[in-house]
Design a protein around this ligand. Structure first.
Ligand code: PPS
Length: 308
């Protein structure tokens, strides 16, 4: 990797007098962080290598967890190799545009030699055509909407570049209306669910990974054509557990300056649970969300578990 393009290195020298929260802008019908528009055409026209692998999700669905697992699987459980750089440099984020002089996701990808693993939160219909033309593999992780919402709310509070989430009550309404960065949760999970029948997409669930990580890691390894022995699988399960990842500076985003990710507000590795929503939703808010969920999910075979 060209070190001038490492986001980690760039962040070490990065200072700003004032961090402004980004606004939302609608691109091809979906709300995004306004900086995204600067690279939008280049993202849509991105040319991938047939062996590039896409890690896709709605924000806060367990992307980082899936990234760490994938890196471990591809490196046969080699812990040293997986400590080579923070997760955001090992697996760059396709559509992200950071304020200058920080490198964009496209800059970081260009500095890697194919085949690359690439993160995206793009809804299925906005994934660059090249990925499907080249018949690339993609792994998608979905998380139940209530826990996903709670996680996104805390992230928006602590990440000083995300749009202001407003109050908890306001945020629930915004989330259900799809008026948050990367748009509607229900459209996202349903779009990729339909997409998996047409392309090489492995669709995973956060709840399944919590329930039985080894089973899901085996599934992922098979999808990537990796035949890993029991020892390696157990090492990957251990290394990617919430408790171990929370302490791993290469996976826990603690390398992001605190003026951007404020740990006093919330940690990136916050709870890592299924059912944490019960500590946040009132009975009335839960009823409203259930109604939204049943309405939005009436036209799909996709279902979620809200507790284990
Ligand atoms: S991002 O910013 O969109 O890439 O965030 P993302 O990684 O998708 O989601 C962050 C949430 O995933 C939890 N997480 C984990 N849960 C269980 N096990 C492991 N190993 C793990 N790693 C990350 C993280 O804690 C966030 O969820 P919450 O509910 O906020 O704790």
């Amino acid at each position: 990797m060209n070190s001038t393009m490492s986001l980690n290195e760039a962040l070490k020298n990065h200072q700003r007098d004032k961090v402004e929260r980004l606004k939302l802008v609608t691109l091809d019908g979906v709300p995004f962080l306004d900086l995204t528009q600067l690279n939008w055409e280049n993202v849509k026209n991105f040319h991938c290598h047939p062996d590039d692998l896409l890690i896709a999700s709605y924000p806060k669905a367990g992307t980082t967890w899936l990234q760490e697992i994938t890196d471990m699987v591809l490196n046969d459980g080699d812990l040293e190799k997986c400590r080579r750089a923070p997760i955001y440099d090992r697996i760059p984020f396709l559509e992200i545009v950071e304020p200058k002089p920080l490198p964009s996701g496209l800059d970081q990808i260009a500095a890697l030699t194919p085949p690359r693993v690439i993160k995206t939160h793009l809804p299925f219909q906005l994934v660059p055509k090249s990925f499907w033309e080249q018949d690339c593999k993609a792994i998608y992780i979905a998380r139940n909407g209530k826990d996903n919402l709670v996680s996104y709310y805390h992230f928006d509070l602590m990440n000083k570049e995300q749009p202001d989430p407003g109050t908890w009550e306001q945020y629930i309404m915004k989330f259900m209306a799809g008026n948050v960065a990367w748009g509607s949760w229900s459209d996202h999970v349903k779009g990729w669910w339909s997409g998996k029948d047409k392309h090489q997409i492995l669709y995973l669930f956060y709840e399944d990974m919590k329930e039985n990580p080894k089973r899901e890691i085996c599934k992922l390894s098979q999808f990537l054509g990796k035949d890993l022995n029991e020892d390696i699988l157990d090492r990957i399960v251990n290394h990617t557990s919430f408790e171990v990842m929370k302490e791993n500076p290469m996976a826990n985003y603690s390398t992001i300056p605190t003026f951007l990710f404020d740990p006093k507000v919330s940690s990136f590795m916050r709870k890592g649970k299924v059912g944490n929503w019960k500590e946040h939703f009132t009975v009335a808010q839960n009823e409203i969300f259930d109604e939204y969920y049943h309405q939005k999910m009436a036209d799909t075979s996709l279902t979620f578990r809200f507790q284990l």
